[in-house]
Design a protein around this ligand. Structure first.
Ligand code: DQA
Length: 145
């Protein structure tokens, strides 16, 4: 099984970016933990971060042939991007949405997710554990298809 892990805008700044909200782990730290978990589970991962909506859409479109599912933190595009939602819907791969912070206890503009209706589920508020829980959930979902 192969999964694509997508990180949206500004997540390349993790570790330096608003640590009170997003913690002190870098994106590399999170990816390292995900790789460790993937070898426990027995699946393969590829990672892609972009600050551009179109590049994330291209990656989603390209995933159809190669991957069994997508784990995505769309970052701020969560709240705005009908185009990312449409790409996920068009490709139809099982998708789990994750966020480091609990978007529902933050500003009201973060309470809406364009992506959630096309995802299997959403996990937020647990820092890097959101990614770990998300990968486990995606793996178990795909395994039981
Ligand atoms: C985020 C939450 C979003 O609202 C925000 O725009 C981000 C990060 C999170 O992981 O908590 O960039 O997706």
């Amino acid at each position: 099984m192969k999964f694509l892990i997508l990180h949206g805008p500004n997540l390349n700044l993790l570790g330096k970016r608003e640590p009170a909200i997003y913690g002190s782990q870098t994106l590399e730290d999170i990816e390292f933990l995900l790789v460790q978990l993937s070898s426990q589970l027995g699946c393969e991962l590829s990672f892609f971060q972009s600050n551009n909506e179109g590049s994330l859409i291209d990656a989603i479109q390209g995933a159809a042939q190669e991957y069994h599912g997508i784990l995505i933190n769309p970052a701020a595009y969560t709240h705005t991007s009908i185009a990312i939602r449409d790409a996920l819907s068009a490709v139809g791969l099982p998708t789990v949405e994750v966020h480091l912070s609990n978007i529902h206890r933050r500003e009201t503009f973060r309470h809406t997710s364009m992506v959630a209706p096309v995802a299997i589920g959403q996990i937020c508020g647990f820092g890097s554990d959101s990614y770990m829980l998300g990968l486990r959930a995606l793996f178990n979902y795909v395994k039981n298809l």
